[in-house]
Design a protein around this ligand. Structure first.
Ligand SMILES: [Zn+2]
Length: 249
């Protein structure tokens, strides 16, 4: 351990300054930003094609505390896009993801929660940010409601075949997921693996920027992408007047 490598983020022996040396020069980051990430506590809800990639980027970037929520087990059909689970078929995703991310960055604290978000019994007041990496709107709306009530920003993303979307919801400021998402569940949608990767990367970028800047580019805006023609479009999302969740803000 070189004492000069430790600047108040990470843990002694974890690599400190060297680990983050390629991101510290970024104008959004610097020593202060890196310390802010180290002090941040985030929630990744859903550990499929989105959450497994989002969690990887957060851990690699040095986000200090990551709670990983999913009650599923790894299936063979997950592996076309959820490549962190290559040797984990049959294991709980929350535990397998925590084991993988601990290898990505031993400096971050990982908390696996192998329950559905509705039963996860979390202290929402502790979190700086949540990521919606879920695959059904029923769970999304439960997460949305908990985040709005606790004042926790939420970065939503979804994938369907080659298409994807990302939206950042800030309580008291922007529309919420209830303003725009229909209720109901859709199972076994097709997913083009690289679409999940692109969308998850943008979601991770948004989340890191919420932690660093508070209001990143997709605050209150929905990014719609399609890898069929590489189109990117951003749409302003208005609050729904009748939204029962926003009315509690
Ligand atoms: Zn709303």
């Amino acid at each position: 351990m070189n004492g000069q490598d430790y600047h108040g983020y990470g843990t002694p022996g974890g690599g400190g300054h060297a680990r983050y040396s390629r991101q510290l020069p970024l104008s959004m980051m610097g020593e202060a930003g890196q310390r802010r990430l180290a002090e941040s506590k985030v929630l990744v809800v859903g550990l499929g094609g989105l959450g497994s990639v989002v969690g990887s980027y957060l851990a690699a970037a040095g986000v200090g505390h990551i709670t990983l929520v999913d009650d599923d087990v790894v299936e063979m059909s997950n592996l076309n896009r959820q490549f962190i689970y290559g040797d984990s078929v049959g294991r709980q995703k929350a535990l397998a993801a925590a084991a993988f991310l601990a290898k990505v960055n031993p400096e971050v604290k990982l908390e696996p929660v192998a329950h559905p978000i509705q039963d996860a019994l979390l202290d929402w007041t502790l979190y700086d940010l949540a990521f919606d990496c879920l695959d059904n709107n029923e769970s999304r709306l439960a997460l949305n409601e908990a985040c709005r009530d606790a004042g926790v920003p939420l970065v939503h993303a979804g994938v369907d075949a080659t298409r994807g979307q990302v939206f950042t919801s800030i309580p008291g400021v922007t529309a919420c997921l209830r303003c725009m998402l229909p209720k109901g569940r859709q199972d076994r949608i097709p997913v083009f693996g690289p679409a999940a990767g692109v969308v998850a990367s943008i979601q991770a970028s948004e989340g890191i920027r919420v932690l660093l800047e508070r209001f990143p580019p997709l605050t209150g805006k929905m990014l719609l992408i399609d890898l069929a023609d590489y189109s990117f479009e951003t749409v302003e999302m208005e609050r729904a007047e009748a939204c029962p969740v926003c009315q509690r803000d």
